[in-house]
Write a protein that binds this ligand. Structure first.
Ligand SMILES: *Cc1c(COP(=O)(O)O)cnc(C)c1O
Length: 482
C-alpha cells in the first residue's frame, strides 16, 4: 500500500497488490436485508454470510492470503513428526524473534491456555495494559486476577495520543511495591491493543515496562496477535523507530520479552498460533501440555498447509508495504467519518474503525443497546456487518442486574487485503446517511436472552416501529438503489 497524492490534491491509499482470486458478493435489496436482520434476531453474529455484503465483523482468520502463501501451501510436508514444514516455521520465528524455543497451538487462545496452565498461580495477579476476552478468561480460570494498567489517555475515546495502548508504568511500580513481585505470575503486554480500538504501544514504553519487570525478576509475555499494526505505528509515529527497518523494530520489541505468543488468525495472514520461549526450563514446563491439548509438538493442532502459509505470511509482515494496508485504509475511514462529524475513536488504530454509538445515538438509553441498534441499522441500510462492543457484550451479574459498558462501540473491522477502497467508501457513505437520519434509530430489547455469551446467541427486536421509518427514509433518499 502506498499513500499517493492525486492531481486533485487528495491523498488516498493506493493498493500495491492486485486481485487474482475473487469471491462474488451479494448486496440484497433493503427489504431482504431487513428480513435477514429480523431472522437473525437483530444480532449481527446470527446473520448468514451469504446475506452480508461487506463483512466487517472481525479480522480473525479472514485476512486474504498472497500468491506466495498459497504456493507455499502446496509444498507442505505432511508428516506427523519432524515435518520440514515445522522446521521452516521454526526457523522463521527464530530469525524474527530470536528465541530458541517454539510450541505450536491451533489458535491464539490455545496458546493462552497453555501459558496460563503452566505459569499462572492461584491468588496472584496478572497485570496487562488491557485485557483481551480469552486472555482474561484463561487467567481467571486459573484463580488469578487480571489487572488493567492502561494510562488514562488510553481510555479517552477521542484524543491525539499516538500510543493509547501504553502500559501505566507508575501503576505497575506501585503494584509491585504494594503486593511484592512474587504476587505477580507474569506481566502481559498486548501489542495493537484490541479492545480499546487496535491502539499501539511505543517501543519506549515496552522497553521501560519490561525493564521494571526485569529489575524485579517478573516474567514478561507479549501477545503479538496484532503486532503487525503496532510495528507500522512504531515506524510511522515514533521518532526513534523512523530509521529502523520493520525487522529491526520487531527484534527490538522481541528482545524485551521472555515469551511471545500469537494468534496466526491475525499475525501472518494465516490460521493457527503458537508460543515462542527464550528459556529452556520454561519451555520444558509448557511442552508437556501441547501433545495433551493441541497435537504433536511439530504441528500443535494446525494443518501443515496453514503452517506454510504462516511462515510466508510472517515474512510479508516484515514488509512495510504489506502491513500498512490495514492502518492506511482504517485511517482513511476514520478521517472521512470524523470529517463528516460522525463520532469515532481517534486517532485511527489498527484492526478497524470504531464508531461511538453513545454519541451517535444519544437518545437511545444504554439498556436499549445503542451499539447493537446501530449495528443492526447499519446492516439494514448497507449490508455491512459490524460487531457490537458495548452493553450487549456484557454479562448480567449473578443477581440479574445488567452492568452498563464503559463504551458503546460498533466495530467495523477491516480484514487485511480483502476490501477495495471503493467498498470502504461505500461503507462510509452509508454510515454518513445513517448519521443524517440518526434520530430515526431506536433501541432494541431481548426476546431471547441466554445466560452466558448472550451477544453470540441472543435474539432481540426493535422497540417501536423505527425500522419501518428508517426503511421509508432510505427509499425516499436513495430510491430503489441498493
Ligand atoms: C484474537 C486474539 C486472541 C485470540 O486468538 P484466537 O486465534 O482468536 O484464539 C488473543 N489476543 C489478541 C490480542 C487477539 O486479538
Amino acid at each position: 500500500m502506498a499513500k499517493v497524492t492525486f492531481f486533485s490534491g487528495q491523498q488516498l491509499p493506493l493498493e500495491m497488490h492486485k486481485v487474482r482470486i475473487i469471491q462474488k458478493l451479494n448486496l440484497l435489496p433493503i427489504e431482504e436485508r431487513r428480513k435477514a436482520m429480523t431472522e437473525a434476531g437483530y444480532n449481527t453474529f446470527l446473520l448468514q454470510n451469504v446475506d452480508v455484503f461487506l463483512d466487517m465483523l472481525t479480522d480473525s482468520g479472514v485476512n486474504a492470503m498472497s500468491d506466495q502463501q498459497q504456493a507455499a501451501m502446496l509444498i507442505a510436508d505432511d508428516a506427523y513428526a519432524g515435518s520440514a514444514t515445522y522446521t521452516r516455521l521454526y526457523n522463521k520465528l527464530v530469525e524474527l524473534f530470536g528465541m530458541s524455543y517454539f510450541l505450536p497451538a491451533h489458535q491464539g487462545r490455545a496458546a493462552e491456555h497453555i501459558l496460563a496452565k503452566s505459569l499462572v498461580k492461584p491468588g496472584t495477579f496478572v497485570p496487562m495494559n488491557y485485557h483481551f476476552t480469552t486472555s482474561k478468561a484463561h487467567v481467571t480460570e486459573m484463580g488469578a486476577e487480571v489487572l488493567e494498567l492502561i494510562t488514562d489517555a488510553g481510555l479517552q475515546v477521542t484524543s491525539d495520543e499516538l500510543f493509547k495502548g501504553n502500559f501505566d508504568i507508575a501503576a505497575l511500580q506501585a503494584l509491585i511495591t504494594e503486593k511484592g513481585a512474587e504476587a505477580i505470575s507474569y506481566v502481559r503486554i498486548e501489542a495493537g491493543t484490541n479492545l480499546i480500538g487496535g491502539q499501539p504501544l511505543s517501543l519506549a514504553n515496552i522497553r521501560d515496562t519490561t525493564q521494571v519487570c526485569k529489575d524485579h525478576g517478573i516474567l514478561t509475555v507479549l501477545d503479538a496477535s496484532l503486532l503487525a499494526d503496532n510495528l507500522y505505528f512504531n515506524k510511522t509515529r515514533e521518532p526513534q523507530c523512523a530509521e529502523m527497518s520493520i525487522p529491526e523494530i520487531t527484534r527490538a520489541i522481541a528482545d524485551c520479552f521472555d515469551i511471545i505468543y500469537f494468534s496466526a488468525r491475525k499475525l501472518g495472514f494465516g490460521r493457527g498460533g503458537g508460543i515462542c520461549i527464550r528459556d529452556e526450563a520454561i519451555y520444558k514446563q509448557m511442552r508437556a501440555l501441547v501433545p495433551m491439548y493441541e497435537g504433536f509438538l511439530t504441528y500443535g493442532g494446525m494443518s501443515v498447509r496453514e503452517m506454510e502459509a504462516i511462515t510466508v505470511g510472517l515474512d510479508e509482515t516484515m514488509d512495510e508495504d504489506m502491513i500498512n494496508q490495514g492502518p492506511l485504509f482504517i485511517e482513511h475511514m476514520v478521517n472521512e467519518l470524523d470529517a463528516r462529524g460522525i463520532p469515532v475513536i481517534t486517532p485511527a488504530g489498527g484492526l478497524g474503525a470504531h464508531v461511538d454509538a453513545m454519541r451517535f445515538l444519544p437518545h437511545v438509553p444504554q439498556n436499549q443497546y445503542p451499539a447493537g441498534a446501530l449495528a443492526s441499522a447499519l446492516y439494514i441500510a448497507s449490508g455491512v456487518r459490524g460487531m457490537e462492543r458495548g452493553t450487549l457484550s456484557e454479562q448480567r451479574e449473578p443477581d440479574g442486574t445488567e452492568p452498563m459498558a464503559n463504551m458503546e462501540l460498533v466495530r467495523l473491522a477491516l480484514p487485511r487485503r480483502v476490501f477495495t477502497l471503493s467498498q470502504v467508501n461505500y461503507a462510509i457513505d452509508r454510515i454518513d446517511w445513517l448519521y443524517q437520519n440518526r434520530e430515526l434509530i431506536g433501541g432494541l430489547k431481548f426476546i431471547e436472552e441466554p445466560e452466558i455469551l448472550r451477544f453470540f446467541y441472543g435474539r432481540l427486536e426493535p422497540i417501536g416501529d423505527w425500522v419501518d421509518q428508517l426503511t421509508a427514509a432510505f427509499r425516499r433518499d436513495l430510491g430503489d438503489s441498493l
